[in-house]
Design a protein around this ligand. Sequence first.
Ligand SMILES: [Zn+2]
Length: 98
Amino acid sequence: MTVFEMARLHLAIGLVLIHLAGVIHNDVYPRNAVKKEGQLPKWIDFTMANIKHSCEGLDCGELRRFMQDELELSAEDQEIVWDRARSIRGEGPRDVAF
Ligand SMILES: [Zn+2]
């Protein structure tokens, strides 16, 4: 996996974690994703966010647009993203390392 691919997956995991916390960003564009050298990428600018989001998982419009349309993640990679996010939250049955 290249550094670029890993950064993309980390952004997807971060977005899923944001949604699982009940927040929808509402401004998911490359200008709002930043990465400093040696650090993981992260989302910024939550001025458009809504904190009462009830996420519908893979049916969630924002997640679908980002993971499928923007990142063009395969179904397998989307599963890795969800597994990793659940694992970080202590909800997952398995840990996915990458
Ligand atoms: Zn959602």
